[in-house]
Design a binder for this molecule. Structure first.
Ligand code: TRP
Length: 344
């Protein structure tokens, strides 16, 4: 059994355990603030975080700003992206009293853990990471030191707070694996401080972008949470479909139509085939109208809450989250220094 199959096999048991013993878990998860969060993020991960928070799991969400510069030249609109993500989180139901929302760059003690952790992995292991390889291939730039080592930095994200549960998509499984390795090796060398965290693999299938490719802000195929209803309608109207009147669900041959059906299906909690039958021979125009209505209705409560938030709410959430993350990181770093004989 490969490690992905093993992880997948463990999920039902893990989910049951979280449900009955939420107090045993500490969740650490997050994302790179490379753009605005979209519908795919919401149904894929954000909703799940809110659910974990609400059943009583202590939750940490990192906006991994240093991870933005792994595969691009500039940090871009990082401040705006962080700000927008916090608005999305709050609107989606993350409660800063129960969930710590913070950024890499504000927690120096977390970043310091990167140093001893780097000593626990070999260059060959770093080069073997399949996600790093894929990102390198996609970035069309030479491999820089941070891209090569960011999975180790991500281990620091997880272990600084002794997170033992890491909700991630499949593409992040190699990083959870390396985190486990680092926790174990640190324990062997210096004494047990860190848990070996488990991945909680997102159940929701990945929602495609409106063109059937991966949903991404940079492809212009995403419906962001921050969009207005009109912007959403325009984005969907511009989606490429085909001239066939009869609507059917065929992701391989009709990716544009299938993407609209998938999008509507997620929002309506119905199957794409069922929606295809409902639209029948009324063509893409009718499908687009139905999808627009479905998306806007689904996101309406979130968008209304979002509109009611103030920029100062974001600043306050980040200030408190960063402060809390920092005090936890400082405590962990003290333990690490003590274990390594570096308390002076
Ligand atoms: N690599 C993750 C992504 O791009 C984001 C991330 C950074 C993360 N640090 C993390 C996810 C720690 C889980 C835990 O999706």
């Amino acid at each position: 059994m490969d490690s992905f199959t093993a992880t997948a096999a463990r999920m039902p048991e893990l989910r049951a355990s979280i449900q009955s013993h939420p107090e045993r878990y500490r969740v650490l998860t997050g994302e790179r603030p490379t753009g605005q969060l979209h519908l795919g993020h919401y149904v894929g991960t954000i909703r799940e975080r809110v659910r974990l928070q609400d059943i009583g799991v202590e939750t940490f969400v990192i906006l991994a700003d240093y991870q933005v510069i792994t595969d691009r030249e500039t940090a871009g609109a990082i401040r705006e992206n962080v700000h927008s993500a916090v608005l999305d989180y709050l609107a989606a139901g993350l409660d800063p009293a129960r969930t710590t929302i913070f950024t890499h760059s504000a927690v120096p003690e977390l970043n310091q853990l990167f140093l001893p952790f780097l000593s626990l992995v070999t260059e060959a292991e770093l080069h073997r990471n399949p996600t790093v390889k894929a990102e390198l291939a996609a970035s069309a730039r030479p491999l820089n030191g941070l891209l090569l080592t960011y999975p180790v930095h991500q281990a620091a994200d997880i272990l600084f707070c002794k997170g033992n549960l890491v909700p991630v998509g499949k593409d992040n499984l190699p990083h959870v694996e390396i985190t486990r390795t680092i926790a174990r090796r640190f324990g062997d060398r210096y004494g047990r401080i860190f848990p070996e965290p488990e991945a909680l693999v997102t159940e929701a299938p990945e929602l495609p972008g409106l063109d059937g490719k991966k949903m991404s802000k940079s492809y212009g195929n995403a419906i962001t949470l921050a969009m207005s209803e009109d912007e959403t309608a325009r984005r969907i109207r511009k989606a490429t479909t085909d001239g066939e009147r009869s609507i059917g669900y065929d992701p391989e041959h009709r990716p544009g139509v299938a993407a609209l059906l998938d999008t509507a299906a997620i929002c309506l909690a119905r199957s794409p085939e069922d929606i295809a039958r409902e639209v029948g021979d009324r063509g893409s125009g009718a499908l687009k109208a139905l999808t627009t209505e479905a998306v806007n209705e689904f996101l309406r409560p979130l968008r209304e809450r979002r509109a009611g938030l103030h920029p100062s709410d974001v600043a306050a959430v980040l200030r408190a989250g960063n402060e809390r993350a920092r005090s936890i990181a400082a405590r962990t770093l003290e333990e690490v220094r003590a274990a390594m004989g570096m308390t002076y």
